[in-house]
Design a binder for this molecule. Structure first.
Ligand code: HEC
Length: 254
């Protein structure tokens, strides 16, 4: 910060010297003094501006810390509390193509962890390799989305899963067939038992387990998170410096 300020100050003096050099020194002395005074005034204003801006930057930092601090816990609803067994079951279901009619498509086909939990396509590709009307959104940090869906039309995460599974153009697996397929696999029966205390497989349990797993899909800690937490060196100078003194520029996280 002060390095930049002294650079600016030197440039002001430099320009007055340059002008003086281009005319005879005798004629220009008074003029030169005026320019130097003007330069100092500009520098003083710049100092004032920076002083204010630093104060504003600090105030903003406190504001940002309030609004953008990394949550310490994932919010699980009372109606579907966290359990390790439920997450384990939800994860297996999420990656299992048995949940599609053709047995080739799982939730992870469109919400692929290797593609930031999206599918890298302009539009999702459904059953029969036909494009759907919408793009697959990422599932990163989906636990904090109050109303899922591009237009927020889902009530909660639990109510999303059956849409894609039974949708004819999406995964295309009728509910009855879904239950029958899972019930035929002893490993699944055990996993439902471990997650819910009794092993009967139901549509509701599938929704609960998938949603619990999805809530654990959380983005890694970014330099911005560390900066917000107080680590001054966490972000690059380019990203950090403007945010310190000109709140109008905003923060650039790359
Ligand atoms: C063929 C691609 C495809 C498959 C397979 C698929 N999804 Fe999606 N998913 C989408 C699309 C497209 C949307 C956007 C839907 C909307 O906005 O109405 C979406 C939205 C979602 C959302 C809301 C995310 C948000 O940020 O609002 C969740 C949660 C979700 N899917 C979970 C699942 C689960 C669980 C499965 C498996 C049972 C699954 N998806 C299978 C394409 C897919």
């Amino acid at each position: 910060m002060f390095f930049a300020l002294s650079l600016r100050f030197r440039r002001i003096n430099g320009s007055s010297t340059d002008t003086m050099n281009s005319v005879t020194m005798g004629k220009c002395r008074g003029h030169g003094r005026m320019r130097l005074a003007a330069g100092l005034a500009v520098a003083a204003t710049a100092l004032l501006f920076l002083g204010n801006a630093i104060a504003t930057g600090v105030a903003n930092r406190a504001e940002w810390q309030k609004n953008y601090h990394r949550p310490s816990e994932i919010p699980f609803p009372k109606s579907n509390p966290y359990s390790e067994a439920k997450v384990r079951l939800g994860k297996i279901l999420f990656f299992d193509p048995i949940l599609s009619g053709s047995q080739v498509r799982s939730c992870a086909t469109c919400h692929n962890p290797a593609l930031s939990w999206g599918d890298g396509r302009g539009r999702a590709m459904g059953e029969g390799q036909k494009p759907l009307a919408l793009r697959s959104p990422t599932l990163l940090n989906v636990a904090w989305i109050p109303k899922p869906g591009w237009d927020g039309h889902f009530r909660d995460l639990e109510s999303v899963a059956m849409g894609p599974i039974t949708g004819a153009t999406n995964m295309n697996l009728p509910e009855k067939e879904m239950i029958a397929r899972l019930a035929a696999i002893p490993g699944y029966v055990d996993a439902f038992g471990a997650a819910f205390g009794e092993s009967q497989i139901t549509k509701r349990k599938i929704e609960l387990a998938l949603a619990t797993y999805e809530r654990t899909i959380v983005s890694g800690e970014a330099p911005f998170d560390r900066w917000i937490a107080g680590d001054e060196k966490a972000m690059s100078e380019a990203a950090n410096f403007p945010a310190q003194w000109d709140p109008k520029l905003g923060i650039h996280v790359t």
